[in-house]
Ligand binder design. Structure first.
Ligand code: TUI
Length: 308
C-alpha cells in the first residue's frame, strides 16, 4: 500500500507505532520496523543516556527506518531533540505541545518531522513551520488527548493541509485503517494494539487489563488540570475521576497523585497507584501476537476492504 507516507519514510506500510511514554522502547520499535511499519522509541521524560542507549539497541535490532517521539512537556525535551540530530534519527514525532522551535534544526539534519496534533489550527501552524506530515490524533487515543474525535478531526485536517495526514485514535484493525483512508488519511498511527504485542515489554498485569477490557472500560481523567489522559478503568483511575468530579481532590493533589504513575503501571503493574494509559479501542483487543502478525493482519484486511 503505497502513499506519500511510505514514500516519505521509506517503509513498506503506512503504519506508525504510537510513541507511548515508558512503553515504546527498542524491542517494540525494532519489531514494528522489521514488520514493515515505523517503530518509535518514546523519549518521554527519560534521561538522555537512556534514550541514547535505546537508539543504539534499536539500531542493532533493525536496519529499517525507525523514529523517536519527543514528549514536549519533558524537562529534557531540548536535550532529547538534539540527540535525535546527533543520532541521525530518520523520523521524529512530537506530542503534548508545539515543536516549532525544533523544526528548522531537525529539517537541516534531514530528519522527517511529524507532529501529533489535536486540532486544525495546530495542524496549519505545523505545516507552515515546515512539518513533513502530521498525525491527527482523535480523543479515542490513549494518554494525553484533545477533544475532537478521529472521525471529525481527520477529514478537517486533510482539507486544511497540503502535506499528508496520518490518522490516530481508535484504530486497531484493518477496518480502522480503511476508514481512515476513506477520511483522506494516507497513514495510520496505532498505539493500543501494540500493548498486546509479544515484543511489548510492559508488565503482564497491564497486558491482562487490555485483553480483559470491554468497550466501556476507558476513562478520561485530569481535564481540570489541563492534561486530560485516557486510561483503563481501575480502582486508581476511578478514584481520580471521582475526586475530580466531586471536588474532593484539588488539581494540585491530583497532579501529586499521578506523578510517576506511568512508570508504576508499566514497570510494576501497580493497580493501586499506576496509570494504565489505553485507547478507547482496547475492548476490541483480545489476543497477544507478535508485531509482524499484527501488522500483516491489519494491512491485509485494510487492502481487501479498500479493494487493492
Ligand atoms: O502526547 C500525546 N500523548 C501522551 S503524552 C503522555 S505523557 C504525559 N504525562 C503527563 C501529562 C501529559 C503527558 C501521555 N500520552 N499525544 C499527542 C498529543 N499531543 N495529544 C495532544 C497533543 C497536543 C496538545 C496540545 C499537541 C499540541 C498541543 O499544543 C498546545 C500548544 O502549545 O499550542
Amino acid at each position: 500500500m503505497k502513499t506519500r507516507i511510505t514514500e516519505l519514510l521509506g517503509c513498506e506500510y503506512p503504519l506508525i507505532q504510537g510513541g507511548m511514554a515508558w512503553i515504546a522502547e527498542h524491542t517494540l520499535a525494532s519489531a514494528v520496523s522489521n514488520a514493515g511499519g515505523i517503530g518509535l522509541i518514546a523519549g518521554g521524560s527519560a534521561p538522555i543516556d537512556y534514550l541514547r542507549d535505546q537508539i543504539k539497541k534499536c539500531k542493532e535490532k533493525t536496519d529499517k527506518p525507525f523514529g523517536v517521539n519527543i514528549m514536549l512537556m519533558s524537562p529534557n525535551a531540548d536535550d532529547l531533540a538534539q540527540l535525535c540530530i546527533d543520532e541521525k534519527i530518520a523520523v521524529v514525532t512530537t506530542g503534548a505541545g508545539n515543536p516549532a522551535k525544533y523544526i528548522p534544526a531537525w529539517k537541516e539534519a534531514g530528519i522527517k518531522v511529524i507532529p501529533v496534533i489535536p486540532s486544525v489550527a495546530l495542524a496549519k501552524r505545523m505545516e507552515r513551520a515546515g512539518a513533513d506530515a502530521v498525525v491527527a490524533e482523535g480523543t479515542e487515543s490513549g494518554g494525553h488527548i484533545g477533544e475532537n474525535t478521529t472521525m471529525c478531526l481527520v477529514p478537517q485536517v486533510v482539507d486544511a493541509l497540503e502535506i499528508p495526514v496520518i490518522a490516530a485514535g481508535g484504530i486497531a484493525d484493518g477496518r480502522g485503517v480503511a476508514a481512515s483512508f476513506m477520511l483522506g488519511a494516507e497513514g495510520v498511527q496505532i498505539g493500543t494494539r501494540f500493548l498486546a504485542a509479544e515484543e511489548c515489554q510492559i508488565n503482564p498485569i497491564y497486558k491482562e487489563l487490555i485483553l480483559k477490557a470491554k468497550d466501556t472500560d476507558s476513562v478520561v481523567t485530569g481535564r481540570y488540570t489541563g492534561h486530560p489522559c485516557r486510561n483503563i478503568k481501575t480502582k486508581f483511575s476511578k478514584k481520580l475521576a471521582s475526586g475530580e468530579k466531586d471536588g474532593s481532590l484539588t488539581p494540585d493533589e491530583f497532579e501529586e497523585l499521578t506523578l510517576g504513575s506511568l512508570r508504576k503501571a508499566v514497570q510494576d503493574g501497580n493497580l493501586d497507584e499506576g496509570s494504565f494509559l489505553c485507547g478507547a479501542i482496547a475492548g476490541m483487543i483480545n489476543n497477544i501476537n507478535p508485531c509482524n502478525e499484527i501488522v500483516r493482519e491489519i494491512m491485509e484486511q485494510a487492502e481487501k476492504l479498500l479493494g487493492k
